[in-house]
Design a protein around this ligand. Structure first.
Ligand code: NDP
Length: 480
């Protein structure tokens, strides 16, 4: 059985304590590889390596850092098939999705920040001949990057790339649930000639690896993507140490469909925004609000299409939904279907575990599910489910839907479907959300600010926001 290894000081190494955890393939419900069960000793070792590498890496010319990162990006593309297959096995997502989205995006993340750093400039302020100020942007030092299981390599590289480009050394922890592509990535970093100690990848559990990364004094910034509860726990320990914090947390996103929308486009995209990656994308629109005049037409068409989606083997090209990432997560998602019914909801489509045959008979599969008839403020409509479960509700006025859309503790992303520019503009201003998509979903320009308001997070990733996060400013004032 394949053993995943930590990547410390440029080498692939066993965890110091020699212990390993089981890594499951969620499509077959069986262990298929072993993950280091690392602890604070491995984090310490990584920290010493990173700290030693910092002087060299931060003084390496940007062009050179950029070239190495471009090589890593090229290698990701050259290994697309292998990486996509590995992501699909580890996470349960359709291999087609990993091939078209996850892995190409990981390559883009590396390429985007490798080139962004070449265009990154700082400000100067001229005091009318009395003095001149210029602002240096310096790398912070050793930084921590912690990422979740839903888009494993995609989100892992989204953090690491700006940190490395701006001259920091990194200690990174992928989710213990989906560690495989981060391991394969470490091999590509070695092949690309990334100097030793610049990036260190430690595998293991949140409390034994994530927590030491957030509490270790020398690690000066933490970039975290994951659940809101974990984000709170991290803020509690890291804030009193005055670490810089970027927190990308949960969501409960509204998908608002007005009667004047392009019906077919709204329907087609809602299929994706509801169920892509088994609904396990922080940006999925899990609460669908449809304006009353088209409510029944939209609901019936949406339910009919949903019932036709294929839940199946992630390796099959025609599979729409693969496996849920773990048994525990499947149980959590199913428990929300029970809760929704207790709260008075009616299941319009799905609602059940899917029993596949043969090798997949122990896999964690679930039907895409639509629930109708719930109050906007019930628990099902307020708590993050993070699976293939959406609710659908009618609304009558713009004012009413804004209140319902803004009613949760989250504020990550919202989608609005309308042909009326005025309405789109008003909604864009009124929705308490870090991102608003109009007549589209998941259209991403990597230069734009990415992140949430309220309990969906603190700070913004993307473009120069990320480079700003991973640098410290020094203003130099010269008297003329
Ligand atoms: P978790 O918060 O459970 O875990 C995220 C990462 O943090 C994992 O690597 C985890 O390790 C680690 N971790 C757990 N406990 C600690 C700790 N005490 N200190 C430091 N690190 C810790 O999230 P999930 O992996 O379950 O991911 C799903 C969540 O991520 C959802 O809420 C989703 O909305 C959110 N998300 C947000 C996005 C955004 O951009 N806003 C994007 C994607 C997902 P381990 O796996 O070992 O527990």
């Amino acid at each position: 059985m394949e053993k995943i290894l930590n990547y410390i000081n440029g080498e692939l190494v066993e965890p110091i304590n020699g212990s390993y955890l089981d890594n499951y393939n969620p499509s077959i419900g069986k262990v298929y590889s072993q993950i280091p069960d690392s602890n604070e000793k491995d984090v310490d070792m990584a920290y010493f390596a990173a700290n030693e590498a910092f002087l060299g890496w931060s003084n390496t010319p940007k062009e050179e850092r950029s070239k190495i990162m471009m090589r890593i990006s090229d290698l990701i593309e050259e290994n697309l098939v292998e990486l996509a297959k590995a992501e699909s096995i580890d996470n349960g997502k359709p291999v087609k999705l990993a091939t078209q989205v996850d892995i190409p995006r990981a390559a883009s993340n590396m390429r985007f920040f490798a080139t962004a750093i070449l265009h990154y400039a700082s400000e100067s302020h001229d005091m009318d001949g009395e003095a001149i100020n210029y602002t240096l942007r310096k790398p912070i030092g050793v930084v921590g990057c912690i990422s979740p299981w839903n888009l494993p390599l995609y989100l892992f590289t989204w953090k690491i790339a700006p940190a490395l480009a701006s001259g920091n050394c990194v200690i990174a922890k992928p989710s213990e649930v989906t560690p495989m592509t981060a391991y394969l990535f470490s091999k590509l970093c070695i092949e690309a000639g990334l100097p030793k100690g610049v990036l260190n990848i430690i595998h293991g559990m949140g409390p034994s690896v994530g927590s030491p990364i957030t509490t270790r004094p020398g690690i000066k910034a933490i970039s975290f993507t994951g659940g809101t509860a974990t984000g709170k726990a991290i803020a509690k320990v890291a804030a009193p140490m005055f670490k810089k914090l970027s927190l990308e947390l949960g969501g409960k996103n509204p998908n608002i469909i007005f009667a004047d929308c392009d019906f077919d486009k709204a329907l087609k995209t809602t299929m994706l925004s509801s169920f892509a990656n088994q609904g396990q994308i922080c940006l999925c629109g899990s609460r669908i609000f449809v304006e009353r005049p088209i409510y029944e037409k939209f609901r019936d068409a949406f339910a009919a299409k949903t019932k036709k989606l294929k839940v199946g083997n992630p390796s099959d090209a025609d599979t729409n939904l693969g496996a849920i990432v773990s048994k525990a997560h499947l149980e959590k998602v199913l428990s929300y279907v029970d809760l929704a019914q207790e709260e008075g909801g009616t299941v319009l489509a799905g609602g059940n575990k899917v029993q596949l045959e043969g090798e997949l008979s122990e896999g964690y599969f679930m039907e895409p599910t639509i629930i109708e008839g719930l109050a906007f403020d019930c628990r099902t409509n307020q708590e993050e489910i993070f699976g293939p479960v959406v609710t659908i509700m009618p609304f009558d006025t713009e004012e009413e839907v804004v209140v319902m859309a803004n009613s949760t503790e989250y504020g990550l992303a919202a989608t609005v479907w309308t042909q009326d520019v005025g309405k789109a503009t008003r909604l864009g201003a009124c929705l308490a959300s870090g991102i608003v998509w109009v007549n589209c979903w998941l259209v991403r320009d990597l230069r734009t600010p990415f992140g949430g308001v309220k309990n969906s997070g603190v700070g913004r990733e993307g473009g120069f926001n990320a480079l700003n996060f991973f640098t410290e400013q020094t203003n130099v004032c010269i008297k003329l």
